[in-house]
Design a protein around this ligand. Structure first.
Ligand code: TYD
Length: 408
């Protein structure tokens, strides 16, 4: 008898709807000496039959993904830098308005958001488990605690620093397996009218665009307004507002308060209604998504094989975590994509996880230009294409695979 794994939130059985086989750690860019000791974990997604929370079936331990040398830098794109400057300004203008205001960020990364709060002289604390990132924050004058966020960290912070007006988090809450401890921690650390504000990739957008590469080990949960509303309600919290965000191919910012402290907005009821209309958590919708994923693989591999047969040179652009899913699921290696360029120093000179494609600096892209560039950083398409206009001017072509495989 096969037993289905339990939902991390309510313990009910998970129903698997898509699988990408064994995958390496998505952001573990390698030295050649690491090739033989890579670790792999099955990547598959299921939905809870009771609470409809969509989540990975298996998980990689935190310490294997988020450690001292975790390479991802929020400030690696102008789009993200602008988004987090606007976010900081919005928090400063609307939520952190008196001289006792205090904001905490879970997963401060390189201080892309808190740097602006620090400059405005507002009390803050970044909570960041990755040592190099915590050091970057510190070098910018940002107050930071090098720790994972959970209930015990929250209680420690509350005792030492007092309660927060805002706990903010971007692209981090969906990475944390023990959400129960996160929400209990938020409950313990917020002022009576304080807000937990977090933004993460949106399941509705992933299904609509078949952006299957947003599925990788770090993304444990794929939220909707409905699933977040139900999850936080178990901890005396209420989802009161939502905002749509275009970063990372479509995200939602969830605004959560203590029960009764703030009134739910029309934007929230509108999004809940749209989710019902999209039937995004219905079995049929998710099965059709899985079928499109498989078709996308066939189309992309077919195109790359055709180009290789014609002797065309294809490079990748953006050694994203997303690219790890695409490359390993599709079985694409250096014979189809000769190198990938990326502006992140910690990825350059290394090799992609599992597929072992060399990662080079953006300068290598033009030296000489490839015939085609496969855009793994498709969520930064406008920015990348503007920066690399000379590539298209020289006759180079972009390959996109979201929302379809196309040549631009
Ligand atoms: P992102 O799309 O946030 O990726 P993921 O979360 O999937 O890792 O990161 C974009 C990656 O692309 C990052 O490694 C930086 C790189 N990049 C460039 O090399 N050049 C650019 O112009 C941009 C916008 C990003």
């Amino acid at each position: 008898m096969s037993t289905k794994p339990p939902c991390r939130l309510c313990g009910h059985a998970l129903e698997e709807f898509v699988s990408f086989g064994q995958q390496p750690t998505a952001n573990a860019f390698l030295e050649p000496s690491d090739f033989d000791s890579e670790s792999f974990c099955r990547l598959a997604v299921g939905i809870c039959g009771a609470c409809a929370m969509v989540q990975l079936i298996d998980e990689v331990p935190n310490e294997q993904m988020f450690h001292k040398e975790y390479p991802f830098r929020t400030s690696g794109s102008a789009g993200a830098r602008a988004h987090f400057e606007q976010t900081a300004q919005w928090l400063l203008d609307t939520k952190l308005t008196d001289d006792r205001s205090f904001v905490i960020e879970i997963g401060a990364n390189d201080g892309a958001m808190l740097g602006f709060v620090q400059k405005a002289g507002v009390r803050h604390l970044g909570i960041e488990p990755c040592g190099d990132l915590a050091d970057i924050c510190e070098s910018k004058g940002i107050q930071v605690l090098n720790a994972y966020f959970d209930e015990s960290t929250a209680r420690r912070v509350a005792e030492k620093h007092g309660l927060a007006d805002v706990i903010f988090s971007a692209n981090t809450v969906s990475h944390i397996s023990y959400l129960d401890s996160v929400f209990r921690g938020a409950e313990a650390l917020l002022k009576p009218d304080g807000l937990l504000i977090f933004e993460d990739p949106y399941l509705v957008d992933i299904v609509a665009k078949t952006s299957f590469d947003l599925i990788y080990d770090e993304h444990l949960y794929f939220f909707t307004a409905g699933s977040v509303r139900d999850a936080v309600a178990r901890y005396g919290l209420t989802l009161v507002d939502v905002q749509r965000i275009s970063l990372h191919g479509g995200e939602v910012r969830y605004i959560v308060a203590r029960e009764g402290a703030h009134q739910p907005t029309a934007a929230l009821s509108g999004l809940l209604e749209a989710e019902r209309a999209a039937r995004v958590t219905e079995r049929g919708t998710l099965e059709r998504f899985a079928a499109r994923v498989s078709e996308r693989k066939t189309a992309l591999v077919g195109l790359l094989q055709d180009l290789a047969a014609q002797g065309k040179r294809v490079a990748g652009y953006g050694a994203t975590a997303k690219s790890t899913t695409v490359l390993n699921y599709c079985g694409i290696g250096p014979e189809l994509v000769s190198f990938i360029c990326d502006n992140t120093p910690g990825k350059q000179g290394r090799f992609t996880p599992g597929s072992h494609i060399p990662v080079r600096s953006p300068e290598a892209f033009a030296n000489p230009y490839p015939d085609y560039a496969l855009l793994f950083a498709w969520n930064h398409q406008e920015e990348v294409m503007a920066n690399e206009k000379a590539f298209a001017d020289a006759g180079g072509k972009w390959i996109l695979y979201v929302p379809e495989v196309t040549i631009a």
